[in-house]
Write a protein that binds this ligand. Sequence first.
Ligand code: PMT
Length: 392
Amino acid sequence: MDNGYFVTPVLTHSATRFVGAATFSALASEPARTKLFDDSRGNTSALTPIVHTRLGQEADLVLVAPATAHLLARYATGMADDLLTTTLLATRSPVIVCPAMHSEMWDHPAVQENLSILASRGVIVVPPAEGRLAGGDVGMGRLADIEAILERVEDVVGSGAASTRRELSGVRVLVSAGGTREPIDPVRFISNRSSGKQGHALAEEAYLRGAEVTLVTASRLGATEGVKVVPVETASEMEEAMMKEAPMADVVIMAAAVADFRVKTPRGEKIKRSDGTPEILLEPTPDILAKLVKCRRSGQVLVGFAAETSDVIERGHEKLVRKGVDILVVNDVSTPGAGFDHDTNAVSILGPGGVVHEVALATKRRVAGVILDRIALELNKRSKTMEKEASS
Ligand code: PMT
């Protein structure tokens, strides 16, 4: 409420045993909802008989804080036995869950498996913190700090990204993400430290801004429902998927860390230690970005990434020119907290004339937002030029 959001509290039966619905009703934008069915004795769900779908359909975001082990299990299995779980199943908007429970429950494989299922469906998880728990226990499982939860909320709907900034409406965006895995034998591979977080953040942010998004990813991270996901493993699978999807895209963003080398002849069977140290011959992988530039269709915006550790701007600019992209996003991966696997990043966005924007350390979602702002400007410029050409 303090941040200007319209808040509708939905309480489970257990929640009402801690804080009553009247308290939430007094603090929120709407009366608290507690029941799936109207009991006609003053319950506010009498406002509409289909409240269980309406709440989910209308929300820009559903935030479950705290999310108990029981709620996570019900949500993961698709149960719809109260107003909260039906709201969760009825929404197509982003969902954030903030687990809170005792350490032993948090560590239990059942809870962790349920969270993995939810994450693979695109549910955003704000992990718990360490500290005092109910009953005097201390350990992992305490609800995350309110600031951390609100920061994630801001990432998703803040600055109006989800509801009002639809500037990419009708734009088809193709994003690659993650580090490819090049097999050595059936159990081993060559890869890199890319988690896919930056690429997935770009896909999610573009989707929230109205774009039609395809995400070709070598990462196991989930994606928001609505984003078309093409899972790949190797550089050649990524090449095939990108070349297939690119002709339909208005914007192509290569955020993936494609392995530069692969094993020339991967073994069909596991290499045995007892056979001695193997010699592995490598060969270069295809340069996907170079191929995309070659085949680009008129008006398409191409964005490359670069991960550098020194002379970042010079190397980034050299790469922009050599690869022939419109925008190059360069990470200084030696900056603490930036680059591979972190939740945060710090980048310089380069255009043909040099640096157009510096983004100091921020969440990958915010970095994605700034990159998409730049892409939107580029698209605008192009459509104005095309209009001028058409009228002259
Ligand atoms: O995934 P995260 O953990 O969130 O980390 C994000 C990131 C640091 C991996 C990402 O932001 C990033 O910088 N990705 C590109 C890393 C990289 O491979 O840089 P490069 O300088 O090797 O490649 C330059 C460009 O060519 C990239 O756009 C890359 O996708 C592309 N490339 C590279 C090799 C290849 N065979 N084909 C390609 O298309």
